[in-house]
Design a protein around this ligand. Structure first.
Ligand code: 13P
Length: 248
């Protein structure tokens, strides 16, 4: 069976003390024979700390964003090369909170994915529809449009991506997509990737949106759900570890 991947997205949470405690607990609680890939996407300010805490562990360091630009006069931005210096393996791109609050377009998200890949960082490309879009029957069209922009940009590197389906209405709301709802969108994304790359099967398709210790196993049992992108539940070590345990 394909290895599953569980990524914690801490969003704008944490402190030096809280991060240290959380990472210690996660490191200690991971089963010795853990088979899942595990990573945490931390705020940029804490990447050095997270890199140091995770040195020698199998847990990957992730960033929550990356600049589309290589360097220069882009105040506040962090480049892929800078992330790479802190051992960053994954970068979220196009999280709905970035699309919504920072005006990121499909084109910007695609450029960010390309910037990450160019420095050997795996982009975790987030796609997902709003409640209004779902109710208007546009779910498929929206996620396909969002993913198409990235596929078009990265060309033959499609198989190097991770894709996360995060329905906006399920993020931080406690309303999870049902396993069937999530699976049916994942199947659409899988087919789209397959049309673009012979190696599309390699692309982990994560589900995100109120995934928690209680519902993870059912979601992860779906044929096209290869892992999870976890928000709130990633801030509590026992919950995060239960999700990792469900991904074995
Ligand atoms: P929640 O798990 O808090 O709903 O957040 C999901 C998410 O946005 C992960 O990127």
């Amino acid at each position: 069976m394909k290895q599953k991947l569980i990524v914690g997205n801490w969003k704008m949470n944490g402190s030096l003390a809280a991060n240290a405690a959380l990472l210690q607990a996660i490191k200690q609680g991971l089963p010795a024979d853990n088979k899942a890939g595990v990573a945490v996407a931390a705020p940029a300010a804490y990447l050095a700390q997270v890199q140091a805490e995770l040195a020698g562990s199998a847990i990957g360091v992730g960033a929550q964003d990356v600049s589309q630009h290589e360097q220069g006069a882009f105040t506040g931005e962090v480049s892929a090369a800078m992330l790479k210096e802190f051992g960053v393996r994954y970068a979220l791109v196009g999280h709905s909170e970035r699309r919504q609050y920072h005006g990121e377009t499909d084109a910007v998200v695609a450029a960010k994915a390309q910037a990450a890949l160019s420095k050997g960082i795996t982009p975790i490309v987030c796609v997902g529809e709003t409640l209004a879009e779902r109710e208007a029957g546009q779910t498929e069209a929206v996620v396909k449009r969002q993913l198409a922009a990235v596929i078009h940009q990265v060309g033959h590197c499609v198989s190097e991506l991770v894709v996360a389906y995060e329905p906006v209405w399920a993020i931080g709301t406690g309303k999870t997509a049902t396993p069937e709802q999530a699976q049916s969108v994942h199947a659409v994304l899988r087919a789209q990737l397959a049309a673009a790359s012979a190696q599309a099967d390699r692309v982990p398709l994560l589900y995100g949106g109120s995934m928690n210790a209680a519902n993870a196993a059912q979601l992860l049992a779906q044929v096209d759900i290869d892992g999870g992108l976890i928000g709130g539940a990633a801030l509590k070590a026992p919950d995060f570890l239960t999700i990792v345990a469900a991904a074995q």
